[in-house]
Design a protein around this ligand. Structure first.
Ligand SMILES: Nc1ncnc2c1ncn2[C@@H]1O[C@H](COP(=O)(O)OP(=O)(O)OP(=O)(O)O)[C@@H](O)[C@H]1O
Ligand SMILES: [Mg+2]
Length: 271
């Protein structure tokens, strides 16, 4: 990928406006630290970029190398090289990890991956993320510890070799060694030209992976952009300086769109 251009994007879920007129560019080689207080729309933005059907795009556009990304189904977005690691990876009972990985790899290539190559690649990836490759025979994420789930997300990133990686709080629940391991994997891919957008609440990961840019989401908008020093300042001072220095209102806006339920309740009230 060369660039991702988000323009005046507004999105909602279940009648709640979450992303509001948000514009952001991500260019090849960027490692963007995406910050923002809890509940202000970071995960929503990543989910919308990946095409999660729970979120509705109300207006705006997203161009991925000049192609309309919003028209593509999630599988096509993945085939175009976009990968997202979930904040809360879901359990998928009944789906064996190995089968899932193989299906994902096959759908990303013209001909099916040979059993030998698949075995070699997955064994190496399991080693790289510090998980026992025996886990490949278990159902996806079922019964995994928090840290194992996060390592398993990174494992999928290694298998699929994406161009644009969206990491949603990949560091939450990781022990110190896992954090160092994952940071070094990110750094290696970064050096190979992979583009990253990393959501995290902790400075530690950013210290290790050294993002070149920071963007802060407040109330579903990009309230502030800067270089890596902005992430450092937030880590040391919290978000309140944005209010003091730049007049950015941190109070959560809540303009729920009127739903049929609300109207009906009001009508009953009037009677
Ligand atoms: N499917 C949904 N239905 C209704 N509301 C939703 C849905 N998904 C997200 N929201 C709401 O949208 C807001 C933004 O949520 P989001 O998960 O994007 O926040 P976040 O910035 O990632 O927060 P955190 O740092 O806590 O992970 C929250 O108030 C959340 O409750
Ligand atoms: Mg989130």
């Amino acid at each position: 990928m060369d660039k991702l251009q988000i323009r005046n994007l507004s999105c909602s879920a279940e009648g709640n406006k979450i992303i509001r007129d948000l514009s952001l560019d991500i260019v090849k080689g960027d490692c963007l630290a995406l910050l923002g207080p809890n509940g202000h729309g970071k995960s929503t933005l990543l989910n919308v970029l990946m095409g999660n059907p729970r979120y509705q795009v109300d207006s705006g556009s997203v161009l991925y190398d000049d192609e309309d990304l919003l028209k593509l189904t999630p599988d096509l977005r993945s085939k175009k090289g976009i990968f997202m690691a979930f904040q809360n990876p879901p359990d998928v009972p009944g789906v064996v990890s190995m089968d899932f990985f193989r299906a994902a790899l096959n759908s990303h290539s013209d001909k099916p991956v040979s059993l030998f190559n698949f075995y070699k690649t997955t064994t190496k990836a399991y080693e790289e993320v510090g998980l026992d490759s025996e886990m490949a025979s278990r159902y996806l994420n079922e019964g995994y510890s928090g840290g194992e789930k996060k390592r398993n997300e990174i494992l999928q990133m290694l298998l699929l070799k994406p161009d644009l990686v969206l990491l949603d709080e990949i560091d939450s629940g990781l022990d110190v060694d896992a954090m160092a391991l994952i940071a070094s994997t990110i750094k290696t891919l970064k050096e190979q030209g992979t583009t990253f957008t990393i959501v995290s609440h902790y400075e530690k990961l950013f210290e290790l992976v050294e993002p070149n840019r920071t963007a802060v989401i407040v109330n579903g908008r990009i309230a502030k952009e800067g270089d890596s020093s902005l992430a450092k300042k937030i880590a040391s001072q919290g978000y309140s300086f944005l209010e003091k220095e730049f007049g950015i209102n941190l109070t959560k806006e809540n303009d729920k769109q009127q739903s049929i339920g609300v109207c009906a309740a009001k009508q009953v009230e009037k009677k």
